[in-house]
Ligand binder design. Structure first.
Ligand SMILES: [Zn+2]
Length: 327
């Protein structure tokens, strides 16, 4: 089922699948099966460039893990896809949507912006030799992909049926490449994770930032290095573009997603450092008020609390070590 060859993972996942599919819903199976439809829709954000927006929420059964932005682009000789969504079922729906929107054109390239599961678990419906990412994304997926898949099974259940990890077949290192008669600029950054990949369509100027930019959605930090992330945002801010397509949230014409993400990360980092210096526990830090200027960001309190869990232990280590050295 999976390319990772870890039988323990596979059997546990099979058990979870059986559990979610077999117990709770068996009495209503036919109607239930019909409900598991992502109902994907494409909106044209630039000439021949189609956005597929997920919910600005956290993973839950109702959204089936579809909380992400995916895009596809019509190029002269085919189609280029940026990210593939959270599951095999999503990947299949995406392929059908592409065929409905741009009939008769083949997918020539699929990019993965980073290794988080909402962005690349639709990979398996595409030819592996068309899927491309930097080596760092490939390494991260190889290391953590199976664990992510298990976690998603727990969070969204049967939506994930049949989903298996599919590692990109192409490791990118060039600064640009031509696909089907269109040139794409490729940027190798980090900060949201240890390897974040950004693509620009040089014809339309659309910059696909992955999760280095969030728009009206609280940034997530399970693998974040905030100082590096801020440096990547500065570099994106000075990159020529017409439009930003962030990893989550609406398209961004004016660079607002970069400002929102930088502002929130700056507050988060400062707030957590101050909390550690004051000797607050993690629970006390989690309960602190969040400035009203962030109220427009969805999933605010939940993501803030998750960030405390992600970031507090290492901040405590580094700050208390500094204090000891100073003494
Ligand atoms: Zn992410």
């Amino acid at each position: 089922m999976s390319s990772c060859g870890k039988p323990g993972h596979t059997s546990r996942r099979a058990f979870l699948q059986t559990l979610s599919a077999g117990c709770a819903y068996c009495a209503m199976a036919p109607a239930y099966a019909k409900l598991l439809d992502y109902k994907l829709a494409a909106s044209e954000i630039a000439k021949g460039t189609w956005a597929v927006h997920g919910a600005n929420e956290y993973f839950n059964f109702d959204n089936g893990g579809n909380i992400v932005n995916v895009a596809f682009i019509e190029v002269p000789d085919g189609v280029v896809v940026v990210d593939t969504g959270p599951s095999k079922r999503y990947g299949e729906a995406l392929l059908a949507l592409i065929e409905r929107t741009i009939p008769g054109k083949r997918v020539l390239r699929v990019y993965n912006t980073h290794h988080h599961p909402d962005h690349c678990f639709g990979n398996q419906v595409f030819d592996r030799e068309l899927i491309a990412a930097p080596q760092g994304v490939i390494d991260n997926l190889s290391l953590e992909g199976e664990g992510f898949a298990e976690n998603l099974y727990r969070l969204v259940g049967d939506w994930m049926r049949g989903t298996a990890l599919a590692i990109p077949g192409i490791a990118l290192e060039a600064s640009s490449e031509e696909i089907g008669g269109r040139r794409f600029s490729l940027y190798y950054l980090s900060g949201h994770t240890s390897s974040d990949f950004v693509v620009r369509d040089d014809e339309t100027g659309v910059l696909f930032t992955g999760d280095l930019a969030f728009m009206f959605r609280t940034p997530t930090t399970p693998h974040a290095d905030i100082a590096t992330w801020q440096a990547s945002i500065s570099s994106l801010d000075s990159t020529d573009r017409e439009l930003i397509f962030p990893g989550h949230g609406p398209k961004d014409v004016k660079g607002e997603s970069l400002l929102q993400t930088a502002d929130y990360l700056s507050w988060l980092d400062g707030n957590l450092r101050l909390s550690v210096e004051r000797g607050l526990t993690m629970n006390e830090a989690m309960a602190l008020p969040i400035p009203a200027r962030f109220n427009a960001l969805s999933v605010l309190r939940t993501e803030y609390e998750r960030s405390v869990v992600h970031l507090y232990p290492q901040l405590e280590d580094s700050i208390w070590q500094e204090v000891e050295v100073t003494r």
